[in-house]
Design a protein around this ligand. Structure first.
Ligand SMILES: Nc1ncnc2c1ncn2[C@@H]1O[C@H](COP(=O)(O)OP(=O)(O)OP(=O)(O)O)[C@@H](O)[C@H]1O
Ligand SMILES: [Mg+2]
Length: 424
C-alpha cells in the first residue's frame, strides 16, 4: 500500500517537471509565438516512459534495462533536435539516460552508456560542421557538458552500488539471524524434551522399580505352583505357565523401561564411530534378514574419536536402524548412514540416519521421543526415548526432519572431548 502511494507521488512529480519543461521557452529565447507540438509530444513520451518504466522492466526483466536506456537516449536526442540541435538548452535531458544507466548497470557499462550518450550529442555538431566551424571555445564548452555527464553517472553509480552492497549485507544478516533463530528454537525444543524425559524418567523409574518385586513374587509362586501340581492338574499347570510367561514379558518390559528411567553410568572411552555403527547395522540386518533394505554408508575419513560409552551408543544406533527397517517394511528401501566431522561452534561428529520410509508427520515429530508413544502394533514406544536419553547423557543432541512421503532423517550430534554428565 505504502509503495503504491509513493509511486503516485513520484509520478505526479514527473508530470509536474515535464509540464514545467514544456511550458518554459528555451533559455535565451523569447517566449515562443506558437506552441511547439513536437516538443510537447516528445516530453509526453518521456513522461510516459518514466512512469511506466517499472512495469516495462517487470515484463522484460532481461533486456528491459537496455531498451529503457536506449529509448531515453533516442527521445532525448529527438528533443534536442527539435529544440535547436547543438544550441538547444534541452541538452540536459541527456542526464536522464546517463543516470538511468548508472542505476541499472555496473561501472564499466555505465561508462559505455555515457560515452554513447556523448557521441550522440556530438553527432549534432558533426552534422553542422558543413555549415559552421567548431571554434576552440565551442569545443571546450561541449567537452565540459560531456564531462558533467560522466560526473553525474559516476556519482549515481557509486551511490547505487554502495546501496546495493548495503542491501546485500542486510539480506545476509537477516538470513544469518533467521538461521540462528531456527537453531535457537531447535535447541529450546531439545532442552524441553530433555526436561520432560528427565521428569518422566524419575516418576516412572520409581514405579517400574516397585513393580519388580511383586513380579518376582508372582513368577516364583507360579513356578512353585507348576512344580507342585505338575502331574495331577493339567489345567492349573497350563494357567500357571501363562502366568509365568506373561510375567516374563512384563519383566522384559520393566527392564526396558528401567533402561530409559534409570540414570546411566557412562563408561566412556575414546572410540571410533564407524565400527560401532557397523555393529548396529548388522544387528538390525540380523533382526530383519529378509528385508529389502539397501544400506548406503558415507563415513568421512577424518572422523575424530569421540568419548563415549560404546554399549549405550551402539544401542542408540541399533534403535535408529531398527526403526528405519520397520518404517520401510516389506517394500524395503534405502537406509543411508552418514558420519562427518563438525568443526563449527562445538567440535564433534554429526551422524545421520536417513531412510526412504513413509516419514513422520510434523505434528508427531516431538511426540515420538515420548516414552510409550508408538504407532506400531507390536511396538512399546521406548526406543527413541532411550535414544534421546543416552544422547543427552553424552551432552549431544538429536533431532528429526521429515518431509511426508520422503522418509525420516535423524541427525545426531556428539561432542568431541567434552566430559559427559558425570551425574548421569
Ligand atoms: N524411521 C522412522 N520412520 C517413520 N516413523 C518412525 C521412524 N522412527 C520412529 N518412528 C515413529 O516413532 C515412533 C516411536 O519410535 P520408538 O522407537 O520410540 O518406538 P517403537 O519403535 O514404536 O517401539 P520400540 O519401543 O519397540 O522401539 C514409532 O512408533 C514410529 O511411529
Ligand atoms: Mg523403535
Amino acid at each position: 500500500m505504502k509503495q503504491r502511494h509513493s509511486f503516485a507521488w513520484m509520478d505526479l512529480l514527473w508530470v509536474f517537471f515535464l509540464v514545467g519543461l514544456a511550458a518554459l521557452p528555451p533559455s535565451g529565447q523569447a517566449p515562443e509565438p506558437e506552441p511547439e507540438f513536437h516538443k510537447y509530444l516528445i516530453l509526453f513520451a518521456i513522461g510516459l516512459l518514466q512512469i511506466f518504466e517499472h512495469r516495462f522492466l517487470e515484463s522484460l526483466p532481461k533486456r528491459g534495462r537496455l531498451y529503457i536506456v536506449l529509448l531515453k537516449i533516442c527521445l532525448g536526442s529527438l528533443l534536442v533536435d527539435h529544440t535547436g540541435g547543438i544550441d538547444s538548452s534541452y541538452y540536459l535531458i541527456y542526464f536522464l539516460p546517463v543516470v538511468t544507466a548508472a542505476m541499472y548497470f555496473d561501472v564499466w557499462a555505465t561508462l559505455a552508456w555515457t560515452i554513447l550518450t556523448c557521441v550522440t550529442y556530438w553527432s549534432f555538431v558533426i552534422w553542422k560542421l558543413t555549415e559552421y566551424e567548431l571554434t576552440g571555445e565551442g569545443a571546450a564548452e561541449l567537452a565540459i557538458r560531456n564531462l558533467f555527464f560522466f560526473l553525474a553517472a559516476l556519482i549515481v553509480n557509486r551511490f547505487v552500488t554502495e546501496n546495493r552492497r548495503q542491501a546485500e549485507r542486510y539480506r545476509q544478516l537477516a538470513e544469518t539471524l533467521a538461521e540462528t533463530n531456527r537453531q535457537l528454537e531447535q535447541a529450546q525444543e531439545e532442552a524441553r524434551r530433555s526436561e520432560r524425559l528427565a521428569a518422566l524418567g524419575q516418576l516412572s523409574g520409581g514405579l517400574a522399580h516397585e513393580l519388580r518385586n511383586p513380579l518376582a513374587v508372582i513368577k516364583g509362586s507360579a513356578e512353585t505352583l507348576m512344580r507342585k501340581v505338575a502331574d495331577s492338574d493339567s489345567i492349573t499347570t497350563e494357567l500357571a505357565g501363562y502366568i509365568s510367561s506373561e510375567v516374563n514379558r512384563m519383566n522384559a518390559l520393566v527392564t526396558r523401561f528401567l533402561d530409559f528411567a534409570r540414570p546411566h553410568h557412562l563408561e566412556q572411552h575414546e572410540e571410533q564411530l564407524p565400527p560401532l555403527i557397523e555393529r548396529s547395522l548388522k544387528a538390525a540386518r540380523d533382526r530383519w534378514p529378509d528385508a529389502k533394505v539397501e544400506v548406503e554408508r558415507n563415513f568421512a575419513p577424518d572422523l575424530p574419536k569421540i568419548m563415549l560409552d560404546a554399549d549405550l551408543m551402539e544401542r542408540v544406533f541399533t534403535n535408529l536402524a531398527l526403526n528405519a527397517y520397520e518404517a520401510m517394511g516389506r517394500e524395503g528401501g534405502t537406509l543411508r548412514v552418514e558420519a562427518m566431522p563438525v568443526t563449527e561452534s562445538r567440535r564433534g561428529v554429526k551422524i545421520i540416519f536417513q531412510d526412504t520410509g513413509p516419514g513422520i508427520p510434523a505434528e508427531l515429530r516431538e511426540q515420538i521421543f515420548n516414552p510409550f508413544f508408538t504407532t506400531k502394533e507390536t511396538g512399546v514406544g521406548l526406543g527413541l526415548s532411550i535414544v534421546s536419553k543416552i544422547i543427552d547423557d553424552h551432552r549431544g543432541s538429536i533431532h528429526v526432519t521429515s518431509e511426508p512421503g520422503k522418509g525420516a532423517c535423524f541427525q545426531i550430534f556428539l561432542p568431541e572431548h567434552e566430559e559427559a554428565n558425570p551425574a548421569a
